[in-house]
Ligand binder design. Structure first.
Ligand SMILES: [Zn+2]
Length: 291
């Protein structure tokens, strides 16, 4: 069944790659139960670069690993919005003007969603919004009927058709930017939404919760960068009077201390991140934005 599916994807021009499988004893890779991405990473040494539409190669792979999950390279036939929480779902709805896309949709084994769009030409964007990643050029997704580590299968809710929805401009703009100024785009003032957000305060509270949570859980080596990004995002919301800046700073500081960052470094990062964010105020209704 996995081989049949893999061949069908390839016939539609989607490069396919075999992915490890997760079972009761963990991942089929050498790390087994210690694997951090059970059933989600490529079986091939060169990973994504070996993805192919060649049916003979695909048959060879699945003869060798009959239960291999099916990975699909994104950015060729489709890009995928990867939603892994309710918050990501609401975020995507906002960007799409209040409704979910009508194109192909997958329920992932973990209870998340994959929505397929025609390729944007952009690469991957992790954390496009809280709970929402974008898989574009250079990325891949695990596709039905693969099995998730939870034991549930990835399954189609809406099967692919020949025309994929193209992301509306608001979505494209969100994927394109803005980037925080310390990532090489000092004049980024682009506002990612073309349409008004219905409940900006509620949205701001959701972002506050998501960002502080992310800071609190950030692994060593990424903590300061995560804090910086969070402070930037909250600074933008504070500049739009959607958050109390003192409350935002205090929440971030508590989260950073929980993550194990030192107090002086934490305060410095929050101050600089938030003031950079304040220079690019968040605009819930971009029709009113300054040029
Ligand atoms: Zn593994």
């Amino acid at each position: 069944m996995l081989l049949t599916a893999a061949l069908a994807y390839a016939r539609h021009g989607i490069p396919v790659l075999p992915v490890h499988t997760a079972g009761p004893d963990g991942c089929s890779c050498d790390r087994g139960e210690r694997c951090e991405h059970p059933g989600k990473h490529p079986r091939l040494r060169h990973g994504l670069t070996e993805a192919t539409t060649d049916p003979r190669l695909i048959e060879t792979w699945w003869r060798r690993w009959p239960s291999a999950n099916v990975g699909l390279r994104t950015g060729v036939v489709m890009d995928v919005a990867d939603v892994d929480s309710e918050e990501g779902w609401h975020g995507l709805c906002h960007v799409l003007g209040g409704s979910l896309p009508e194109g192909p949709a997958v329920r992932t084994g973990s209870g998340g969603w994959h929505f397929w769009f025609s390729p944007t030409g952009f690469g991957n964007r992790v954390r496009l919004l809280p709970g929402l990643d974008w898989r574009g050029s250079g990325g891949y997704v695990v596709a039905p009927p693969s099995r998730h580590a939870t034991g549930a299968d990835y399954r189609w809710v809406h099967r692919p058709t020949d025309d994929l929805p193209s992301g509306p401009p608001a979505l494209r703009e969100l994927i394109e930017g803005p980037h925080p100024p310390w990532h090489g785009n000092p004049d980024a003032r682009t506002v990612p939404f073309h349409r008004p957000i219905a409940h900006p305060e509620r949205y701001a509270q959701a972002v506050l919760t998501a960002e502080t949570d992310r800071v609190a859980r950030a692994p060593k080596g990424t903590r300061n960068d995560t804090l910086n990004r969070a402070a930037f995002a909250l600074g933008r919301l504070a500049a739009a009077a959607l958050l109390d800046p003192r409350e935002a700073a205090q929440s971030l500081e508590a989260a950073a201390q929980f993550a194990g960052l030192g107090r002086a470094e934490t305060r410095r990062t929050i101050r600089s991140g938030m003031s950079a964010g304040r220079r690019a105020p968040f605009t819930p209704d971009p029709t009113h934005r300054a040029a």
